[in-house]
Design a protein around this ligand. Sequence first.
Ligand code: O7E
Length: 211
Amino acid sequence: MIILALDVYERDRALKIAEDVKDYISMVKVNWPLIIGSGLDIIRELKERTGLKIIADLKLADIPNTNRLIAKKVYEVGADYIIVHSFVGKDSVLAVKEIGEIIMVVEMSHPGALEFINPLTDKFIEMANEIKPFGVIAPGTRPERIKYIRERLNGEIKILTPGIGAQGGKALEAIKAGADYIIVGRAIYSSENPREAARRIYEEVKGWSSG
Ligand code: O7E
């Protein structure tokens, strides 16, 4: 039920943190900082070292052909899921879904999300219900929005919520509101003892979720 957002640059540090905390997490999310710092092959290495599923958080937002070209290479190195933006439209999202499992952004956790992305959530939920991705991203910083999204989203689609810890969101509140997975970055990897930080969050939420 915990997804580690491994937003560090260095390969050795990333592998060490992932190995340290792997007993308490379900998946590892790799974002641009780690890909830029360590190369795309870090996805394969993390998968081999931890045995966990890997989410490539590319937030793809391009025309269908470019989305497809990028996604193909990323699935080839072992990514289990790729995160795509919904606002580019159904054709761009489907171009990725045709070759692998996807997670769609329907709402974001930061203050700026209120300007353009979040007002379109209803449309994105509608699109997700039609496309049936593995999951959607909803804001861990706004539990009432997780609940709103859960009520409207097809029950088989998972909800993944970032914003827990460093951005102020609370793990248990997000889970109780309907999140299947919480995404945690700095609260784990910037901690003096990442394993202990992950264990504490795991203990806090374990009775509440099946993820
Ligand atoms: O705040 P942290 O350190 O716990 O890290 C949060 C991670 O979740 C980080 O990788 C960030 O890029 C990501 N994230 C958000 O913080 N807010 C969002 O709305 C969406 C994401 C995310 O994972 O996007 C997937 C689309």
